[in-house]
Write a protein that binds this ligand. Structure first.
Ligand code: ZN
Ligand code: ZN
Length: 147
């Protein structure tokens, strides 16, 4: 993500927080800044390391809490198979995403088949289960790596 887009994203977080009466704290925007600044998904450990460059020795628990917050409000998504995080490319008003992961370089594309969440939930309910959360990741090879 370009610096300009990162700045826009941080601004977006700031207005989201003020609209929803949430605290806009340094760890929250710094964690978002670190994840947005990375071309690839970043794990919690790397986030803590990168935070070190922005601020003085962040506490891991503070960073984990900020990650939880950003995930809960849809600013970032967890790529379960990589145990790493990416920024949401669709704002924060969508249910469920699908992720296409390049197994060679780790690039992730977020896609939205908008009918999927409802379809899935319907199927899950038919089995007598209640859906708590779901995650779809498709593994493949990106354009650049295939070339
Ligand atoms: Zn998203
Ligand atoms: Zn690739």
């Amino acid at each position: 993500m370009s610096d300009k887009n990162v700045t826009a994203l941080i601004k977006n977080l700031e207005s989201y927080c003020s609209e929803h009466g949430l605290r806009y704290t340094p760890p929250r925007y710094q964690v978002l800044q670190v994840i947005a600044g990375s071309a690839k998904p970043v794990g919690a450990y790397d986030i803590i390391e990168d935070m070190d460059k922005i601020t003085d020795k962040p506490k891991p628990t503070t960073v984990y809490r900020a990650i939880d917050f950003l995930q809960q409000h849809g600013f970032i998504h967890k790529i379960e198979s990589m145990n790493a995080f990416v920024v949401c490319h669709a704002g924060h008003s969508h249910d469920g995403s699908q992720f296409i992961v390049c197994d060679d370089c780790g690039k992730v594309e977020e896609v939205h088949l908008c009918h999927l969440p409802a379809d899935l939930e319907h199927k899950v309910n038919e089995t007598g289960f209640t859906m708590m959360y779901w995650n779809t990741e498709i593994h493949g090879r990106c354009d650049a790596c295939r070339a």
